[in-house]
Ligand binder design. Structure first.
Ligand SMILES: Cc1cc2nc3c(=O)[nH]c(=O)nc-3n(C[C@H](O)[C@H](O)[C@H](O)COP(=O)(O)OP(=O)(O)OC[C@H]3O[C@@H](n4cnc5c(N)ncnc54)[C@H](O)[C@@H]3O)c2cc1C
Length: 408
């Protein structure tokens, strides 16, 4: 028997336990709207769900009990995901905290760091954010200018991050900062843990086209953090960042549930039926294409999950799932606006505002977690073995580059 499958009796009993929990708690999360521009009520609902899961002993299934996990097997994890896939996704807003920060801390954190932080991340009592992008360093994040300088037993951080999702609601963030400007740009970066309530951290909202303000600018002015906040080795932050970005692509491309899910198409089919459009042949064809793409994405996600269960760190293949989410988002927008018609542009019923908000929000799919062009570059270079981009700054000390506001 494969090591990710439980013996039949045990499997059914465990799935029944999961279903009992989900029947009670997975009641759906409102997608938020005008009353929730900063996404707080959505995040709080996700936290409540996750805390209840932890109290039930079902959170962080494969993480050790000593670090707040359930200490179960990969087979339990698989059974949980299969079961969860039939219920509404309650934990989408924990994607960064659980899909990226948690596995990073578990893989690269010291025993002291894991003891201090993992249990509260698993139960979502603390939510974590990712602070990589800067105004002059997005796709080329290794050009970042935020710096961390050692002062006795502390690091002092100065600089600015941008597009930091949910920073205003997070307890901690994982940041990458420049620790050695005298070496080439990838070689002088380190990764740290920053408490978001530390003196000198200022979070400012960014207003989005869809009316939300979920992400932020974050400014750091002489922020002092302890020497024990370093994740991994000094100046090894690029390797850490790459690992975290791989987790990000897997989290975006694989979602939080397992199995085949076609939620988005199903919702559109219901809407088309409600509006008497379900017999339109052109629409039916597009809906089938969307359903096919969603099914393919689920299968890619299941393969990625199987690789993770087999103990492999996610590789560049995660970019394939990420790219599929972009294609799905684009087609979903096209089909949903065709169904909504004029009410997707000017609505009388407030419920119809949802369609336009979703269409506007969909634009982020090809940018967040690395743009479509960057995913294609990664697949070309690291999956297909095509020649790499010319690296004009390879081997040049960071301090001699003209990047961001560093002009000489
Ligand atoms: C919804 C959302 C949430 C986000 N959340 C976070 C977060 O929590 N934390 C965080 O750190 N960041 C976050 N980001 C930022 C995101 O990672 C960056 O926006 C992204 O990496 C692109 O960087 P940029 O915006 O600076 O664009 P740029 O890098 O300036 O890119 C501009 C354009 O140039 C293209 N381009 C750039 N380089 C190349 C190249 N080598 N080859 C081909 N084309 C290229 C890009 O594809 C793009 O079309 C978020 C972004 C969004 C949209």
């Amino acid at each position: 028997m494969a090591d990710d499958v439980l013996p039949p009796g045990e499997d059914e009993a465990f799935r029944a336990r999961c279903r009992a929990f989900l029947d009670e708690h997975a009641t759906g999360i409102s997608l938020g709207g005008r009353g929730d521009p900063r996404g707080e009520s959505r995040l709080r609902a996700a936290q409540r769900f996750q805390k209840a899961l932890a109290d039930e002993g079902l959170a962080g299934l494969t993480y050790p009990v000593t670090y707040g996990g359930a200490g179960m097997t990969k087979a339990h994890e698989r059974a949980w995901r299969d079961t969860y896939s039939a219920y509404p996704n309650m934990t989408y807003d924990l994607l960064i905290s659980h899909g990226m920060c948690l596995p990073m801390m578990a893989e690269y954190g010291t025993h002291a760091q894991k003891s201090a932080y993992l249990a509260r991340i698993i139960s979502a009592e603390d939510v974590w954010c990712q602070m990589f992008s800067e105004p002059g360093a997005g796709s080329d994040v290794a050009s970042l200018q935020t710096r961390a300088e050692r002062d006795g037993d502390e690091w002092i951080i100065n600089g600015q991050k941008v597009w930091t999702t949910l920073a205003h609601l997070c307890a901690y963030g994982i940041i990458i900062a420049r620790t050695d400007p005298d070496v080439p740009k990838h070689a002088g970066i380190s990764m740290f843990i920053v408490p978001m309530d530390a003196d000198g951290v200022e979070v400012r909202p960014i207003h989005q086209i869809d009316g939300g303000t979920h992400f932020n600018e974050v400014f750091f002015t002489d922020v002092r953090i302890g020497a024990g906040s370093l994740i991994g080795d000094l100046n090894n932050g690029w390797r850490m960042a790459t690992a975290m970005l791989m987790y990000e692509r897997v989290a975006i491309g694989s979602g939080t549930t397992g199995g085949i899910t076609t939620d988005r198409t199903d919702r559109l089919i219901r809407e088309a039926r409600k509006r008497g459009l379900s017999h339109d042949p052109a629409l039916r064809q597009k809906l089938m294409r969307l359903r096919t793409l969603e099914t393919c994405l689920s299968l890619v996600a299941m393969r990625t999950r199987a690789e993770l269960r087999a103990g492999r760190t996610p590789g560049p293949g995660g970019s394939i799932g990420k790219l599929a989410t972009v294609e799905i988002a684009d087609l979903h927008t096209e089909v949903s606006m065709a169904i909504a018609g004029a009410s997707g542009v000017a609505w009388e019923d407030e419920a119809d505002a949802f369609w336009q908000r979703q269409a506007l929000t969909s634009l982020q799919a090809g940018i967040a977690g690395g743009t479509t062009e960057i995913q294609r570059n990664i697949i070309g270079d690291r999956v297909l073995g095509l020649p790499r981009d010319i690296g004009v700054d390879r081997g040049v000390p960071y301090k001699d580059l003209t990047v961001g506001t560093q002009t000489s």
